[in-house]
Design a protein. Structure first.
Length: 666
């Protein structure tokens, strides 16, 4: 049965959506869902897709955009810092795996050419699966994740010589390989120089001009155009399209547009990567597997069982600590997509028999199916394999440079105008890491030239917030004065990090309640602060005593700002004026086990009706600012309360009655 191409696309999308939903419900990686879809609709199963060539061509762009995005995170300075470690380790891993696996295949009876092809195929690792799984697990920026990603990308680069060697294995003598291999390496070097120069002299000025137009549509078109042009250059040189996209990403990763480009390319990358996995699943032949499954399973076990310890041994020789070496080796043990391309080349050249190719294909495919589970368990497996082994080297010694480790526990400043710059200077003085976003290109360029961590990007876009590490941030500051934009940003924060404290600056008090209701932790009206400072100077000039002015400003602050309401008076409360004793203040209550019920939430305490607000909860020494109503309470939680004195006394009488007893004077 042949369907209309549009009907085929709709059916493919419907099955993919259903499969992804089911696999996510089962807490399985989406990549397995796409592989299952490909197996189901492929030519060896239902066979409902007729135009396989068009789908394969479109799916190839998923790899192009993936390598482009990876290149953004491996800019030229970072690659230069890793040159000794990465090139040495990457070359050793590929060569050693190819030689060892090829030798085993030769001993099992394969011809030399076929054994070499099998070794080259098994040496590849899936950058697609590794990067996606590490990102999903939040390990892409950890030391083993960075090292595994860097080495897997280098494997893609080393695939270029294999692409040259394998086609001539079936017809040419070994002595004829030197010239084409050297020519391919020269073309790769030329492509790198060409893309790097184009990025420096053409791409960066182009993006600066486009960003100045403030057109998201134009920016998206420019990102797609630049990545595809770089891919076209390397393709015309007879190299992989993905290689050119990687070079372009490396070049743009040095610019101020890095995070905005990454957020722009992400939707295209994710959709086309899903299509790529579907095409991989279409290669699966269940009938062939029934006949060769013992050899395919043995090949998969050989791939996983040899590659991990070989990679670990190489890393240990490079003085990487044992735990990190094992975690990296386990992640890199999986098979790779470029292995399928090498198999196709070998079949076309006659260097590999079809039955052997099917076994190798099934082995790599089985390892890729198992890879999400293997990568997910890398920490547990590494702990068991490294048990009893001690390292005399520092954990950070001879590993990835500190500059490659992404920000964690940082502050995100949205808007780098007067307010944002002032806050950034204070954070710098205190040694607090931060990252700023702004859409004013001239301001971003000036700040970056001064060494400030400022990037071009629209903070109201969800993908941009994810790219700058909102998942690991400690605070977000909205310093621009655009209420609707701030509300959109707060909406994204409520979805991505509902527990993240957010400070918002606004012009006046008109929109304070809307911003607080949208999830802002605190809203600071600019006109109020200006009025307080002007009033203070006016009162000083008319000879009002400074202590009286300070008390008045403090009273206004504590009545206005929730975070500043938490003022504890301690033993000086009896020394305060009588009129100040009735002002709202803060208090703390320790929840005893007999007071709360198991599973009781903060909302179930019904404190809102008493006029008392819970400004924070302290649990095991960790403070949670502005806790959510659905927060489940535990025994010995410390509630930080704010309210009128009489309201606080009533709440204390209910939650901590034993603290109400007043000792009789002796």
């Amino acid at each position: 049965m042949h369907l209309h191409p549009f009907d085929e696309i709709l059916m493919l999308m419907a099955v993919a959506v259903l499969a992804v939903v089911l696999f996510q419900r089962w807490r399985l990686p989406s990549s397995l869902a796409y592989l299952a879809v490909g197996m189901a609709v492929g030519p060896y199963a239902l066979g409902v897709i007729s135009n396989l060539t068009a789908i394969h061509s479109l799916a190839e762009f998923g790899i192009v955009f993936l390598l482009f995005a990876i290149g953004l995170n491996f800019s030229l300075p970072q690659i230069h810092a890793l040159r000794h470690l990465l090139f040495g380790l990457g070359t050793a891993q590929v060569l050693l795996t190819t030689v060892v696996v090829g030798l085993i295949a030769w001993l099992l009876g394969l011809p030399v050419a076929a054994a070499f092809v099998v070794g080259a195929v098994f040496a590849q690792s899936s950058t697609t699966i590794i990067s996606k799984q590490l990102l999903d697990q939040g390990e892409a920026d950890q030391r083993h994740g960075r090292l595994a990603l860097a080495m897997s990308v280098f494997q893609d680069v080393t695939a270029v010589p294999f692409v040259v060697v394998i086609p001539v294995l079936g017809a040419a003598a070994t002595t004829t390989l030197a010239a084409p291999l050297g020519w391919a390496l020269l073309k790769a070097a030329f492509a790198f120089v060409l893309v790097a120069l184009a990025g420096r002299w053409l791409l960066q000025p182009l993006f600066q001009a486009v960003a100045a137009r403030h057109s998201p549509e134009l920016f998206t078109l420019t990102v797609l155009f630049s990545s595809l042009v770089a891919a076209w250059i390397t393709q015309r040189l007879g190299l992989s399209m993905a290689l050119g996209a990687f070079f372009a990403g490396m070049t743009l990763g040095e610019t101020e547009f890095r995070y905005h480009i990454e957020a722009t390319i992400r939707p295209f990358r994710d959709v086309l990567l899903g299509l790529f996995f579907i095409t991989i699943g279409m290669l699966f032949d269940p009938l062939a597997l029934a006949a060769i499954w013992p050899w395919a399973l043995l090949g998969a076990l050989l791939l996983l069982g040899l590659k991990a310890p070989l990679t670990t041994a190489i890393l240990r020789m490079a003085r990487i600590d044992t735990r990190t070496a094992w975690r990296t080796g386990i992640v890199l043990a999986v098979g790779g997509e470029f292995g399928f391309a090498l198999l196709a080349l070998a079949l076309d050249a006659g260097a590999l028999a079809p039955d052997i190719a099917q076994i190798a294909l099934m082995a790599v495919l089985l390892s890729m199916i198992a890879s999400p589970f293997l990568i997910r368990a890398n920490e547990h497996l590494a702990a068991r394999l490294a048990r009893g082994r001690t390292d005399t080297r520092a954990a950070n010694g001879h590993g990835l440079p500190v500059t490659l480790q992404s920000l964690r526990d940082h502050v995100i400043i949205c808007g780098y105008g007067r307010i944002g710059q002032g806050v950034g200077q204070f954070l710098d003085a205190e040694g607090v890491p931060y990252l700023a976003l702004d859409t004013n290109l001239a301001r971003v360029r000036e700040a970056r030239s001064a060494g400030r961590p400022v990037y071009f990007g629209d903070a109201t876009q969800r993908d941009v917030l994810e790219a700058v590490g909102i998942a690991d941030a400690r605070l977000l500051l909205v310093s621009f004065d655009q209420v609707e934009a701030a509300l959109r940003l707060l909406h994204h924060v409520a979805i991505l990090r509902p527990d993240l404290p957010v400070m918002v600056r606004t012009r006046d008090e008109t929109h304070v309640e809307r911003l607080l209701a949208a999830g802002a932790t605190e809203v600071v009206p600019e006109t109020l602060e200006a009025a307080l400072m002007i009033a203070a100077h006016v009162l000083l000039l008319v000879d009002v005593p400074l202590p009286r002015i300070a008390r008045g400003i403090r009273a206004l602050w504590t009545d206005r700002y929730r975070l500043l309401q938490e003022l504890f008076h301690g033993e000086d409360r009896l020394l305060r004026p009588l009129e100040a004793r009735n002002q709202a203040r803060s208090d703390v209550v320790v929840l005893r086990p007999e007071v709360i019920q198991p599973g009781q939430t903060l909302a179930e305490l019904e404190l809102d009706a008493t006029g008392v607000v819970v400004t924070a909860i302290v649990r095991h020494g960790q403070r949670s600012i502005v806790p959510l109503p659905q927060t489940v309470l535990e025994a010995d939680d410390v509630l930080v309360l704010y309210g009128a004195p009489e309201d606080l006394e009533r709440v204390r009488a209910r939650l901590a009655p034993e603290d109400m007893a007043v000792p009789t004077p002796g």
